[in-house]
Ligand binder design. Structure first.
Ligand code: GLY
Length: 217
């Protein structure tokens, strides 16, 4: 399937960085950008729609060598949220920027900006329609795993032994407006520390936040 091809493309993008003696941090960013650009994953183009039929995207990245981290949450206009997370890591006096201020930061940084409908695919429109119809009729039927999740992430270890992790997501179909998941929360959805772990989570974010799922000593 095309989603498998795009997964292979993501692996290659990360590998290209690592094999040229690049950093784990650059490798995970390169891999996640490919998955954000693919319509088949719940991040960037193809992300889930919230209850208001809007996209609010979350992303983060962490450098296991320095424990530097950057993240954005509930952003609407940044073409590649993981690149914005990296810009926060590199250039913001913050670890996590939220909402329109994060969009504005990315724009000032010269990142590619899009109209919100760039992220929308027919599949997500249909998935939102189905879940909202189901809730309106009171039928408590579970969505398929593929429709519930699809957050993307990457972890890498470079030639110097440094670790990094990155995560990007649209959350889940019909999520509440303003809901922020585990993806941009360091220690919940993403964590990297040299000699310990590099972790990127996919699944029900609320559980990962409560259990600090990605954290490693
Ligand atoms: N794990 C993705 C989310 O819950 O937003």
């Amino acid at each position: 399937s095309e989603s498998r091809l795009h997964l292979a493309d993501a692996l290659r993008a990360g590998w290209r960085v690592l094999s040229a003696d690049g950093s784990a941090l650059d490798a995970v960013q390169a891999a996640v950008v490919v998955l954000e650009d693919s319509p088949h994953f719940n991040a960037g183009h193809g992300a889930a729609l919230n209850e208001a039929s809007e996209h609010e995207l979350d992303a983060s990245i962490m450098d296991g060598a320095s424990l530097a981290a950057g993240a954005v949450c509930a952003v609407r206009r940044i073409r590649n949220p993981v690149i914005a997370a990296r810009a926060v890591l590199d250039r913001a006096q913050a670890v996590l920027l939220a909402g329109t201020a994060a969009d504005d930061f990315a724009e000032r940084q010269g990142l590619a900006m899009v109209q919100p409908d760039y992220f929308t695919t027919q599949r997500r429109v249909e998935a939102l329609r189905v879940v909202q119809a189901r809730m309106a009729s009171g039928i408590a039927q579970q969505s398929s795993e593929a429709e519930k999740h699809g957050t993307v992430g990457a972890v890498a270890r470079d030639i110097h032994g440094h670790l990094a992790a990155a995560t990007s997501t649209g959350g889940f179909n019909n999520k509440p407006s303003g809901r922020v998941g585990d993806g941009p929360i360091i220690g919940a959805g993403t964590y990297a520390k040299d000699g310990a772990c590099a972790v990127s989570c996919t699944g029900q974010g609320e559980i990962f936040i409560r259990r600090v799922a990605a954290y490693g000593l």
